[in-house]
Design a protein around this ligand. Structure first.
Ligand code: MLT
Ligand code: MN
Ligand code: ZN
Length: 303
């Protein structure tokens, strides 16, 4: 399985246009920037799926180049983990597609504002995902969402239907052969799903719970915003799993390579997701750790 890391910042990116917090000032001074959280994933290196679609999405990675047909693209669909604007407004930038498949849970498909807009521009197929139910994708990939909570985007806070659904926010378990990758950019609380994978990209929005207040004066804690702070997830990381933090807010000192907080992340054997790089997920877990029903003989070669 291959993962192209297209963006690793939380909503607003780094630096955020209207923000003069220490993190944004330092990034401007250093000439550093991060795009908002989006990944592309492939089981065979040919068929690719976007995981979320940020507003500053640029499909300029070599893996995603169109061809050989004039409007042929390796992009097979977009899988959403929530209906938040920073994860969905990039869909509008895909309106030139000849067709577009969007996969998400029922409350997300019913809510994302970009979807009814896109209907005017291209043929949108909405594919509903159900937590715990594996869905087969092109290129030998399987995606299984798992529930992470009922937090609705602020623009949908008064929406009557699906108020209590626990799949407004999900994590995604992607498998290809024996390789397993888990993506959970918004993690209100620790989930056991994050302890069983070869690679996990997880919520690194804030390092500490009161980071927004201290850096920007905004009186919202990380937990109130549905984000488990890094300092609280670090002690929970499971041995034998590779963890990379993503969806990094511009207030978060881990974006600086020389920060004490980045050193702490590394001391726990984790790191931040490398924006612009392509990761290869290979299973290094012993066969005994896998379910006997799980492996398919034709898929034993990991990509
Ligand atoms: C979040 O990750 O908490 C949301 O994207 C925040 C927002 O933009 O409202
Ligand atoms: Mn966000
Ligand atoms: Zn800032």
């Amino acid at each position: 399985m291959k993962i192209r890391v297209l963006g690793t910042a939380a909503g607003g990116g780094l630096p955020q246009w209207n923000c003069a917090c220490p993190g944004c000032r330092t990034a401007r001074a250093d000439g550093r920037s991060l795009r908002q959280d989006t990944l592309a994933v492939s089981g065979d290196g040919h068929s690719w799926y976007l995981l979320n679609a940020a507003p500053d999405l640029h499909l300029d990675a070599p893996e995603l180049r169109p061809g050989p047909g004039l409007r042929e693209t390796p992009l097979r669909g977009v899988i959403l983990t929530s209906a938040e604007l920073d994860h969905t407004t990039g869909l509008i930038g895909l309106r030139e597609a000849m067709s577009l498949t969007v996969l998400a849970t029922a409350p997300v498909l019913a809510t994302v504002p970009a979807l009814p807009l896109l209907d005017h521009y291209t043929a949108v197929t909405r594919r509903q995902l159900t937590c715990g139910v594996p869905a087969a994708l092109d290129g030998g990939l399987t995606v299984t969402p798992f529930p992470l909570g009922a937090k609705r985007p602020r623009y949908a806070a008064s929406q009557a239907e699906s108020q209590s659904a626990n799949d407004w926010v999900v994590g995604l378990r992607l498998t290809s052969g024996r390789s397993t990758f888990v993506y959970a950019p918004c993690l209100p609380a620790w989930s056991a799903e994050l302890a069983d994978a070869d690679l996990v990209l997880l919520d690194g929005t804030f390092f500490t719970d009161d980071e927004m207040l201290r850096s920007t004066g905004v009186r919202r804690t990380a937990r109130q915003m549905g984000h488990l702070p890094i300092e609280e997830s670090l002690p929970l990381l499971a041995p034998g799993v590779r963890y990379l933090y993503t969806h990094l807010n511009n207030t978060n000192p881990v974006t600086r390579a020389d920060s004490a907080e980045r050193a702490i992340v590394r001391q726990h054997g984790a790191d931040i997701a490398p924006e612009g790089e392509t990761l290869t997920v290979k299973s290094e877990r012993p066969t005994a750790a896998l379910s006997v029903r799980d492996p398919c003989p034709q898929n034993l070669v990991d990509l």
